[in-house]
Design a binder for this molecule. Structure first.
Ligand SMILES: [Zn+2]
Length: 292
């Protein structure tokens, strides 16, 4: 097993930075999107600063190109900048070559904006699954050192049932099995969190954090701590901005996208208070160091 013993692990908190209306469920519902990206990010940066926490922002390359000074502000505040693709296209719709291009273009845009080359990747819509596992090979042969796209529970939209719920080294031959021990090659996979290894309950972020009460989330993170597994949470900055509303999407889309949005900030505030937090890169580095 890959887990450390001793004191509790430092967990990771991350934000996928995209135009809020590129969320798949809403893409067809937006007629007049008001871009509130700067104010949403400012809310998040203030919250992290209050807790003295460095987080990871997985940034869409096109957003980095449109808002270079915002990306630089995030990096200057000490946060990690990773890639969330260049155009926010899920891997299901890309060939390996097109994905390689997306990585190159997003890296270039992020480096131009922030001065730092990203080493971490999160796929739009957690689209690293058994169907698209070639993506991990492409990442391993690129400048990237880790991926944080595996959702280790199958949902209607994404997920890999049976994948490890802890960070591990993904080998080309068997990318959803932990073969970390003695592994020379492969990319570090840092899956987003589910609580409980048998009955897997997603607690990682977004919709799940907005829907579940704080005590359930805390219990889930404590459970991971007992197993020596770092929690990896994800949010979108727009989830911290109750000003964002769209016309009248169907009930299902509205519920999944916006339910509980007024409470996201208070919930993350309490979670940041209750545990130790850092970047996803720090989790990936610790994982690689343990095995190489
Ligand atoms: Zn996204």
């Amino acid at each position: 097993m890959t887990r450390s013993s001793g004191h509790p692990p430092t967990h990771a908190v991350s934000f996928d930075l995209e135009h809020w209306h590129s969320a798949t469920l809403l893409a067809d519902e937006v007629d007049d999107p008001v871009d509130r990206i700067r104010e949403s990010v400012t809310t998040v940066l203030d919250l992290l600063a209050r807790h003295d926490v460095c987080a990871t922002f997985f940034v869409v390359g096109e957003v980095a190109a449109d808002y270079p000074d915002l990306i630089r502000d995030i990096a200057d505040a000490g946060h990690e900048i990773g890639s969330h693709g260049h155009t926010h296209t899920p891997l299901f719709d890309l060939s390996p070559d097109a994905f390689e291009r997306e990585l190159r273009e997003s890296s270039a845009a992020i480096e131009r904006a922030s001065g730092v080359e990203p080493v971490g990747f999160r796929a739009p819509n957690f689209s690293v699954t058994r169907e698209t596992q070639w993506a991990l090979r492409v990442l391993a042969s690129s400048e990237y050192r880790y991926d944080s796209s595996v959702f280790p529970v199958k949902t209607p939209m994404y997920g890999v049932s049976g994948a490890p719920i802890w960070p591990y080294i993904a080998t080309e031959a068997d990318p959803f099995r932990d073969r970390s021990e003695g592994t020379e090659d492969g990319i570090v996979e840092v899956p987003v969190s589910v609580a409980g290894s048998r009955l897997r309950v997603p607690i990682a972020g977004g919709f799940y954090v907005r829907v579940l009460p704080t005590w359930v989330l805390k219990r889930g993170i404590e459970n991971l701590e007992r197993l020596g597994i770092p929690a990896v949470l994800y949010f979108h900055p727009w989830e911290f901005n109750p000003e964002i509303r769209v016309g009248s999407p169907p009930f299902h889309s509205r519920f999944v996208s916006f339910h509980g949005i007024e409470k996201t900030e208070a919930k993350l505030d309490r979670l940041l208070d209750s545990f130790e937090w850092g970047t996803v890169e720090a989790v990936a580095t610790r994982t690689a160091e343990r095995h190489r």
